[in-house]
Ligand binder design. Structure first.
Ligand code: G3H
Ligand code: 13P
Ligand code: ZN
Length: 368
């Protein structure tokens, strides 16, 4: 039993129906209630603790793929099951509102069963809240089956970030749920938090932050950013083929953080590479994504070999999905069966996820 004894009788665990007596009909009537607390362990999920320790020791990183719908989830699970890679299913506040919290719980449970059906005997799957912005949201996710949460206080003054992160850790750890904190601000839009410029993580703060909050992992800012426009062409140089090459990540900051916190799990947000073939397809079939530029995959491969053990990818999946859908719409204008355009979108995302797992993060075969 993972719930504290004091709470043992105050929660009903498991995806159960409570049978309520209707005052009008005097008949028992099933009513599904997602507020019934459920442990991620009952859903077959795992937290990040052991996964991260193995990734750091093995020189690879765990993919954290965002999802909002069934096709993305199917593609992630198929890729992870095929490659036997541990995987983090990542849900933002917006995604949770979009998909519905009750459905999400069952989707995550279904994902574990689906993985087994695909022949993955011991699936290593985390359900993680991405960019949690309040204690209440983190608590709600923990109570409804998430095995890991991020509390993003990076935009707050330092002491407020410490206090909020500690509050979430104190609650989460009672249930063996792991917590990601963040120090430093990424350029671009972080969910509802925006910042025009990077503020790289200050290595002088990381020991104090980790010790006082008790967080299990730390997201840092070393030059990545969210979305498909991570750099302007003016910030890039051109290689021999005329291709735009973005400035390198601040590996000196990463090295300094690792020196302060040896072996501590580090997370990189904003790590999409914005594949140019997907951008070209989108633009060829009526889209308009001028000068979309991401993080070169070699930079991420290098980071994955260090204490960076979680790499967040969302935009690349959006691009893969959009490119496939646009192609179908352009080439078959008479098509209106959603399976005929969401199916190719799903296949394209699966290909992308497998590529990331095998060639970028190096996590293939790490969860046999
Ligand atoms: O970092 C943010 C993620 O890409 C999630 O984006 O808030 O649009 O779901 P979202
Ligand atoms: P990208 O926009 O680069 O995919 O980053 C996603 C992310 O960091 C989610 O938290
Ligand atoms: Zn992020």
């Amino acid at each position: 039993m993972i719930f504290p004894q004091s709470k043992k009788n105050s929660y009903l665990c498991g995806a159960k129906k409570s049978y309520l007596l209707s005052p009008h009909t005097k008949q028992t009537k099933p009513k599904t209630n997602y507020n019934i607390m459920v442990s991620y362990k009952e859903l077959g999920l795992v937290n990040t603790r052991e996964m991260f320790a193995k990734a750091i020791a093995g020189g690879y990183a765990i993919p954290a793929f965002n999802f909002n719908n069934m096709e993305q989830l199917q593609a992630i699970i198929k890729a992870a099951a095929t490659e036997k890679s541990p995987v983090i299913l990542q849900v933002s506040k917006g995604a949770r509102n979009y998909a519905n919290a009750t459905l999400l719980r069952y989707m995550a449970q279904g994902a574990v069963e689906y993985a087994k059906e695909l022949g993955w005997e011991h699936p290593q799957i985390v359900l993680h809240l991405d960019h949690g912005d309040s204690f209440e949201l983190c608590k709600s996710c923990i109570d409804s089956g998430f095995s890991s949460v991020m509390i993003d206080g990076s935009h707050l003054p330092y002491e407020e970030n410490v206090a909020l992160t500690k509050q979430v850790c104190d609650y989460a750890h009672q249930y063996d749920v792991t917590v990601e904190g963040e120090l430093g601000v990424l350029a671009g839009v972080e969910d509802e938090v925006s910042s025009d410029h990077h503020t790289y993580t200050d290595p002088e703060e990381v020991i104090d932050f980790a010790q006082r909050t008790g967080c299990d992992s730390l997201a840092i800012s070393i030059g990545t950013s969210h979305g498909a426009y991570k750099f302007t062409p003016e910030q890039c140089t051109r290689n021999a083929e005329g291709k735009l090459v973005p400035p390198p990540l601040a590996f000196d900051v990463l090295d300094a953080v690792m020196e302060k916190l040896p072996g501590f799990p580090i997370v990189l947000h904003g790590s999409s590479s914005v594949p140019q073939d997907e951008v070209d397809t989108i633009n060829m079939f009526g889209g308009k994504l001028p000068d979309a530029i991401g993080i070169p995959e070699e930079q991420l491969r290098k980071a994955a070999k260090s204490a960076v053990c979680k790499i967040n990818i969302d935009s690349d999946s959006r691009l893969a999905m959009t490119a496939a859908v646009r192609r179908v719409f352009a080439e078959k204008p008479g098509e209106f069966d959603p399976r005929k355009y969401l199916g190719p979108a799903r296949d394209n995302m699966e290909k992308l996820y497998r590529h990331k797992i095998v060639n970028v993060l190096g996590s293939a075969g790490k969860a046999e």
